[in-house]
Design a protein around this ligand. Structure first.
Ligand SMILES: *Cc1c(COP(=O)(O)O)cnc(C)c1O
Length: 341
């Protein structure tokens, strides 16, 4: 960025890092933390990429852009675009959660649904943008979103007082956040603010869509497209990530790993984060705690290691989470409190 007047802001701030004492105990860890990105503008860490991506696009004179999204990126970019006075065109899988498309529409974006998954949405965007007149804001096709994601790494380093955690556990779809954190740490090393030890990165996916986990296990440099991808954690329902080779390289380079978790475990750990810690986590964020539990059982993570999970969005964005039946009283009924407790 060269021009301050092009900067588009919704009041970005450092998201909190919360110690998770009870949740840590329950999975056998003494030093577990959560970076809670649900507290950011637009409710998800996608605000980081959007704040920088939209600001730079505005500086470049972009008036209209298109991008594929599973949900949170679409809402973040639509809202920042609205603030910048730019037209957003968001292409989403028809099966994506409806709450996100409502948010895009509220912000005045044009929303197109595709009878397919995020990769199909990406192909539609590429073809449309190739004709000209529309800026392609797809992940890793414009170089600025990743610069915004770097702030996640800068904050972690600063909040841990330049002693990065031993392990960082990240719910991985396209892997942009992980690539951004790694780039940030490398840059901090280059200017002497971080020592030589980088955290081990653990990429978490759902068993219903785990191309990166499969490729990591098979020691491949790139992933194969995942057939029939499906998971409750829709933000990580990415059958083939454009930057898969970067993610796989980072996992190997940092002595990290890749873990797939069941949807039932994701739901269980979402409840655990709320009940034990008061953290209203997204399903993607909850997947990281499920993965930590698994890694502890397998010994991949040691009991004394300092572990940071990333809750990438607020749990408030899951409108269709099942709510069990709750007793309804008449307005004149007695509310029996003492008896139940
Ligand atoms: C987009 C998203 C992810 C995955 O992010 P990538 O950087 O693409 O891997 C994880 N969680 C939530 C809530 C998301 O919206």
């Amino acid at each position: 960025m060269r021009r301050d007047d092009a900067v588009v802001s919704l009041g970005e701030h450092a998201s909190p890092i919360l110690p998770l004492r009870r949740a840590g105990e329950s999975v056998g860890l003494t030093d577990l933390y959560c970076k809670d990105e649900g507290a950011l503008p637009t409710g998800s860490f996608k605000a980081r990429g959007a704040a920088v991506g939209i600001s730079r696009a505005r500086e470049l004179g972009v008036q209209r852009f298109a991008m594929p999204s599973n949900g949170n990126a679409g809402s973040a970019w639509s809202l920042y675009a609205a603030r910048a006075g730019m037209q957003a065109i968001i292409v989403m899988p028809a099966v994506s959660p409806t709450i996100h498309r409502t948010q895009c529409l509220l912000a005045g974006a044009k929303v197109v649904l595709v009878d397919g998954l995020i990769n199909d949405a990406g192909r539609l965007v590429s073809r449309a943008c190739a004709k000209g007149g529309v800026y392609d804001a797809s992940t890793l096709k414009e170089p600025y979103r990743i610069e915004g994601k770097k702030t996640l790494g800068f904050e972690i380093a600063e909040q841990f007082e330049w002693n990065v955690p031993d392990v960082i556990v990240y719910p991985t779809g396209g892997g942009v956040g992980l690539i951004g954190m790694h780039k940030a740490f490398r840059e901090l090393q280059a200017i002497g603010l971080l020592g030589p030890a980088l955290p081990h990165f653990i990429a978490v996916q759902s068993c219903g869509c785990a191309p990166i986990v499969k490729a990591f296990r098979e020691r491949r440099d790139v992933s194969q497209p995942w057939d029939g991808a499906s998971t409750v954690a829709f933000g990580i329902n990415v059958p083939k990530a454009i930057g898969d080779f970067l993610v796989l390289r980072i996992l190997t380079e940092t002595g990290g790993s890749a873990i797939a978790v069941d949807d039932e475990d994701i739901l269980e750990y979402q409840e655990r984060l709320a009940k034990h810690e008061g953290v209203l986590a997204s399903l993607e964020g909850a997947a990281t705690l499920a993965a930590v539990a698994q890694a502890r059982k397998l010994g991949t993570i040691g009991a004394g290691e300092r572990v940071l999970i990333i809750n990438t969005a607020s749990g408030a964005l899951h409108s269709e989470s099942a709510c069990p039946p709750i007793e309804t009283l008449g307005v004149d009924d007695e509310l029996q409190i003492a008896r139940d407790h």
